[in-house]
Structures are given as structure tokens and as C-alpha cells.
Design a protein around this ligand. Structure first.
Ligand code: HEM
Length: 389
């Protein structure tokens, strides 16, 4: 599509969406909305937002609290719509005996069902936009980062690290430089843990990442429970997570150590379509895309389409887009277009969002399972709160 009509479409959509949405002060009251028409309005606005966003390389970069407002309102409406649970892989697990459901969710012999986990999913979904002033209006990106940093410590040789253990709860690992800022996500999950004390932190954090991705328009991520929490002695040494100032060799060292190949690495890094860098956390600054609270393939499109120049500042070396100066790329992100093997996957994903979604889903589900000794073979797909009941 030509640039001009792309911009026009994007502006037209934004105006329509602004007019259609209630004032921010009314947003809290929207949680009581529960009609099909409200849900479908939310869905069509959301679809419109996704279309506008896909064509938005000419748009204005997001301001904090900016486009999150739209997603926030849509999500609150959708949550008010209240999806209920079903599972593609394990319907039997959802069809709980009503007598069973009344029993207390504790004690020996009680085994949580799919519905219990779907309840946790729904409760996480319900607080993603609870603070419109947080970043771009959603906690989804930082929950994805929590799930990734909890899992990305896996070392396939020593069989240590990974999501099984939730050892980031303890000082030695929580204090690693790479984990700066993640107390925000862990504290948020504490509320969910209090309501569902039976779930392990390691299951909860990975389920939170799944919820976050699905609720902001990403692919389904099949998930299964079975992680246990370990003590402080299982904390991993510092240096297992990637260093953003480095390039392809380092990226391969880190991800090959976990058991990923080049295609999976490029797919995983597409998560940088969401969220932003914070100077007080990593030292870097800014979002990667114009739509940091929507999961899309925009990261790859922008990598290829924009001209990226070094940012002139006192902070660590990073790149900004020449056109608006409001977007950023890390040195590790730029390595994906510099390296021939990586680049061919960047091109595939930029061209076809479905291919990206499918391959991201496989790689992310694998990441969350590294080193976990599951007893259960089949995986569950949780129902989005944005889907029709
Ligand atoms: C070479 C690999 C990677 C490097 C060097 C890297 C580096 C970073 C850095 C420096 C930040 C900014 C943190 C802050 O200042 O708040 C960040 C944020 C983020 N990363 Fe990565 N990352 C990598 C891979 C991944 C992967 C594999 C995922 C998920 C699949 C991921 C998901 C995210 C998300 C969602 C954020 C935004 C967090 C927020 O908005 O608070 N990253 N990453």
C-alpha cells in the first residue's frame, strides 16, 4: 500500500477509535459490560487497531500511556465480556464434576484441573491493564520478559536453570543485571499467587507470559503445568542471559546453549515487537515498534524497512530510526539483519505474520519447557478473554 494511504488509514482509524471510546474516567465502569455487542465492538476495534498498526511505519511513535489507552479500554471491555474456559486438547479436564468444584482447593489428593488454570489465566488477563499509567498502559510486555528470563537460564549440558524452580525469587538471581526491573512483574504476580496459592511460582510466571502474549493478539501458546519451585541453592550464575551490546556470535552462544537453532532464535526475538527499554533498568531507551502493546510481526518489518542510525547520547550504543527518532533497536537486534542466516528468517517473518506466529508459538512453548520434568504429555490451549464465550 502506498505510504500516503497507509498514513491516511492509520489516522482515520485512530480518529474513529478515539470517538468510539469512552472517556478514561469511565473505563473502570466498563468492567461491568457483558454484552455480545460490546464484545464484538471491542473485537472489531481491536482488529481495526491491528490493521492500522500493521500499516503504521509512518505513524507517530508511541508515548507512554499512549496507544495502551486504546488497548486498555478494549481489554477492559473484553474482560467485562468475560470469556469462559474450554480446551482444545483436554476437554475432559475442563468438565469438572460440580461436587468436585465445591471442594477446597488445597490438601492432599487435590489435583488442579484445566479450569483451575484457566481461572488463573483469566485473573492475570484481568490485571494486565489495571494501571493505565504504567508504561504504554499494559503489563503484558514485562510479563513476557519475566517468563523468558525465568526460562532463558537453561543450560542443556549441566541441565541447570530454566523455568523449573523460579529461582529469580532469590537475591542472587533476582539481582543479576539482566533481571533489572522484573520486580514489577514478580510483585504483580504475587497478587495472583495469593488468590491461587496452590500454583507454583514457576508455573505461574510461565502461564503469565502465555496469558500476556495471547491477550495482546499474539498466537496461542500451548502450555502444561508441572514445574516445582526450588530453593536458593538452585540459583543460576550470572551471565546466562544475553548481553544486548553484543552481536551474532554471542546470540548463538547463548541460545545454542539452551538448544535453539537459528530459525528459533529469530522467531523468539520477534517478541521485541512489544514493550520498551527503560534507562533505569537496562540503560537502553525506547520502544521497538509503534504498537508496543500489540503482538505483531512489526519488529521484522521495521528492521528491514527503516534506516537505523546510532543514537547520539551518553547511554549505551543503540540505534534509532532515522525518520522519527522515536523507535529503537539494540545491537543484538541489528545482528539479525547483518547475519545472512538470521536475515532470511527476518525476511520470512516480515512477509508473513502467520508464519511468524506459528514458529514463535513453537519456539516460545519450547523455551518455557526447557528442563522441566513433566508428568503430563498433553498441552492445553487457554481461551482468550477476548474471544466470544
Ligand atoms: C539476544 C537476545 C535478547 C536481548 C539481548 C534482549 C534484551 C532486552 C533488553 C535490553 C530489554 C530492555 C529491558 C528494559 O530496559 O526494561 C528487553 C526487553 C524485552 N525483551 Fe528482550 N532481549 C532478548 C531476547 C528476548 C526474548 C527471547 C524475548 C521473549 C521471547 C524477549 C522479550 C522482551 C520483552 C517483551 C521486553 C520488553 C519488556 C518491557 O517492556 O518491560 N527478549 N530485552
Amino acid at each position: 500500500m502506498a505510504t500516503a494511504s497507509r498514513t491516511l488509514f492509520s489516522r482515520a482509524f485512530q480518529t474513529a477509535a478515539r470517538q468510539a471510546l469512552p472517556k478514561p474516567t469511565l473505563r473502570r465502569n466498563l468492567t461491568t459490560f457483558n454484552t455480545t455487542s460490546t464484545r464484538s465492538t471491542a473485537q472489531s476495534l481491536r482488529r481495526g487497531a491491528q490493521n492500522a498498526r500493521r500499516q503504521s511505519t509512518q505513524a507517530t511513535p508511541p508515548k507512554k500511556g499512549g496507544n495502551g489507552l486504546l488497548l486498555g479500554v478494549l481489554a477492559v471491555i473484553a474482560i467485562g465480556g468475560g470469556g469462559y474456559a474450554y480446551t482444545s486438547g483436554a476437554l475432559d479436564a475442563y468438565l469438572v464434576d460440580p461436587e468436585e468444584a465445591k471442594k477446597p482447593k488445597t490438601g492432599k489428593g487435590w489435583i488442579p484441573s484445566f479450569k483451575d488454570y484457566q481461572d488463573v489465566y483469566n485473573d492475570i488477563a484481568a490485571i494486565l491493564e489495571e494501571d493505565p499509567d504504567y508504561d504504554d498502559g499494559s503489563y503484558a510486555p514485562i510479563l513476557v520478559r519475566l517468563g523468558w528470563h525465568a526460562s532463558g537460564t537453561w543450560d542443556k549440558e549441566s541441565k541447570t536453570g530454566g523455568s523449573n524452580g523460579a529461582t529469580m525469587r532469590f537475591g542472587p538471581e533476582g539481582g543479576h543485571g539482566a533481571n533489572a526491573g522484573l520486580p514489577v512483574a514478580r510483585d504483580l504476580m504475587e497478587k495472583i499467587k495469593q488468590k491461587h496459592p496452590w500454583i507454583t511460582y514457576s508455573d505461574l510466571w510461565t502461564l503469565a507470559a502465555v496469558t500476556a502474549i495471547q491477550e495482546i493478539g499474539g498466537p496461542n501458546i500451548p502450555w502444561r503445568p508441572g514445574r516445582t519451585d526450588k530453593d536458593i541453592t538452585a540459583c543460576t550464575p550470572d551471565g546466562r542471559l544475553p548481553d544486548a551490546s553484543k552481536e551474532q556470535k554471542h546470540i548463538r552462544d547463548i541460545f545454542y546453549r539452551m538448544g535453539f537453532n537459528d530459525q528459533e532464535i529469530v522467531a523468539l526475538l520477534g517478541a521485541h515487537a512489544i514493550g520498551r527499554c527503560h534507562p533505569d533498568r537496562s540503560g537502553y531507551e525506547g520502544p521497538w515498534t509503534f504498537s508496543p502493546t500489540f503482538f505483531t510481526n512489526a519488529f521484522y518489518q521495521l528492521l528491514l524497512e527503516e534506516k537505523w542510525i546510532n543514537k547520539k547520547w551518553k547511554g549505551p550504543n543503540q540505534f534509532i530510526d532515522k525518520k522519527s527518532g522515536g523507535l529503537m533497536m539494540l545491537p543484538t537486534d541489528m545482528a539479525l539483519v547483518k547475519d545472512k542466516e538470521f536475515r532470511k528468517h527476518v525476511e520470512r517473518y516480515a512477509k508473513d505474520e502467520k508464519v511468524f506466529f506459528d514458529e514463535f508459538s513453537d519456539a516460545f512453548a519450547k523455551l518455557l519447557e526447557l528442563g522441566v520434568p513433566f508428568e503430563k504429555d498433553d498441552k492445553w490451549t487457554f481461551k482468550r478473554t477476548t474471544d466470544d464465550a
